[in-house]
Design a protein around this ligand. Structure first.
Ligand SMILES: *Cc1c(COP(=O)(O)O)cnc(C)c1O
Length: 427
């Protein structure tokens, strides 16, 4: 059934570390070999052996319109005909910056980069330069790309201070990183009481989706806004996933909070490499060439990538787009919850807008520690069972399923029915 995928993977492992260019793709967490894809069409993926799947990975978030949306494809085609890269400004970049500012008013100035990682890395550098401080606060289980200072082990229990999660990152660097449990008001308060004058910024996914979907507790985001302001630290919203996923204005619009800096990626590139960071003019003015904080990129603001992003955002701004996403996502959530109820299973479904996770635990999942109570072996079997039935889910318990505008009601219903079959077998 997956003969060509298996063959390709054997070959890939001889030339690429682990056979993949990004670790989760290897499907190790679900005890499987990866599927090699050849094509995407709307909500579907077609693999190298010709099997078709309903896709909930959506390239890990960017493909909110589904695969190969005609307008995105057309814009990419026309842009590439005009030249692939100039290393000089284009009008498209201005259009993108203006569109981002209109949708997300906290962006007074915005700089385009090539990935979410570049966005968070640059935002941290800027926050440290602006405040003249070294320490940063992040949250266990939040992911901000593979930035050295942000790859700090998600600690269990209370705060974990500066233990490198990856070899190759000097302690001198991670010593400045404080990682705290998400949703934990007291932990944040104590960290500020202890290190307040040294903390440059708090960076977080306002609605975390990289430990599975976690909903911020009532008042948590406002509390972070207030405590950072009180101590003169910057608040950085990493909206690489939530930007244009929760609505045109991202999480900051949903929760009515104005961060100092915002990081974007994924959807704003429409499946091509684009990231962005921006915020208060006073802070962003420090970025070179206006200011001394250096940050650059040969391909930054690439015209093809920006065209794909613009086409995607314009589609999302059409009336009814987010309502449709909400209704499809709600259908998936309610369907899965009904299956769990019918089969008398204690697992938890958490959804926020079009991001959803089925947690294989009977505990409420509110932070990384509670997410870790999940039965990942059972999740692996579930993933395999769904794949066999033509449903492609993120190959990890700690990721979000993404619903797209290309999904049809029938796709959602088929997904729920498959989940019923698999969960009935597994228990
Ligand atoms: C994906 C992601 C990143 C990193 O983006 P890349 O484009 O993979 O470098 C950063 N932050 C969050 C919240 C993400 O989900």
């Amino acid at each position: 059934m997956n003969l060509r995928s298996k063959l390709f993977f054997e070959r890939a492992k001889k030339s690429i570390p682990g056979g993949v260019n990004s670790p989760v793709r290897a499907c190790k967490a679900v005890k499987s070999d990866p599927v090699f894809f050849e094509r995407g069409e709307g909500p579907y993926l077609i693999d190298a052996d010709g099997n078709r799947y309903i896709d909930y990975v959506g390239s890990w978030g960017p493909l909110i319109l589904g695969h190969a949306h005609p307008n995105v494809v057309a814009e990419v085609y026309f842009a590439s005909k005009r030249g692939t890269s100039f290393g000089a400004p284009t009008w498209l970049e201005v259009e993108m910056a203006e569109l981002l500012k209109t949708c997300i008013p906290s962006l007074e100035l915005v700089r385009l980069v090539n990935s979410g990682t570049e966005a968070t890395m640059s935002a941290l550098r800027l926050a440290r330069a602006y405040t003249g401080r070294k320490k940063i606060v992040k949250f266990d289980g939040c992911y901000h790309g593979h930035v050295d200072s942000l790859l700090v082990k998600a600690g269990s229990g209370l705060a974990t201070f500066g233990i490198p999660a990856s070899p190759g990152i000097p302690e001198e660097l991670t010593n400045h990183t404080i990682s705290l449990p998400f949703n934990d008001f007291d932990a944040v308060k104590s960290a500020f009481e202890k290190f307040g004058q040294e903390i440059a910024c708090v960076i977080l996914e306002p609605v975390p989706a990289n430990m599975g979907v976690i909903i911020p507790k009532e008042g948590f985001l406002i509390f972070l806004r207030e405590i950072t302001a009180k101590y003169g630290a910057l608040l950085i919203f990493d909206e690489v996933i939530t930007g244009f996923r929760l609505g045109p204005g991202g999480a900051q619009e949903k929760f009515g909070i104005k961060p100092d800096l915002t990081c974007l990626g994924k959807i704003i590139g429409g499946g091509l490499p684009v990231g962005a960071y921006g915020g208060k003019r006073e802070i962003m003015s420090l970025v070179a060439p206006e200011g001394p904080v250096y940050q650059a990129g040969t391909l930054s603001g690439n015209p093809i990538a920006v065209s794909a992003g613009l086409a995607t955002i314009r589609e999302l701004l059409k009336p009814g787009a987010y309502e449709k996403l909400e209704s499809l996502s709600q259908r998936l959530e309610l369907g899965l919850k009904e299956v769990l109820r019918d089969l008398n299973l204690p697992y938890k479904v958490t959804r926020f807008c079009s991001m959803l996770t089925l947690f294989f635990t009977d505990k409420e999942v509110t932070d990384f520690q509670s997410a870790l109570t999940c039965d990942t072996d059972k999740f692996a079997l579930f993933w395999q069972g769904m794949l066999k039935r033509g449903i492609y889910l993120p190959p990890s318990q700690f990721e979000a399923w993404f619903v797209s505008l290309a999904h049809k009601v029938e796709d959602i219903d088929r997904t729920v029915e498959c989940a019923r079959e698999v969960l009935r077998e597994l228990g």
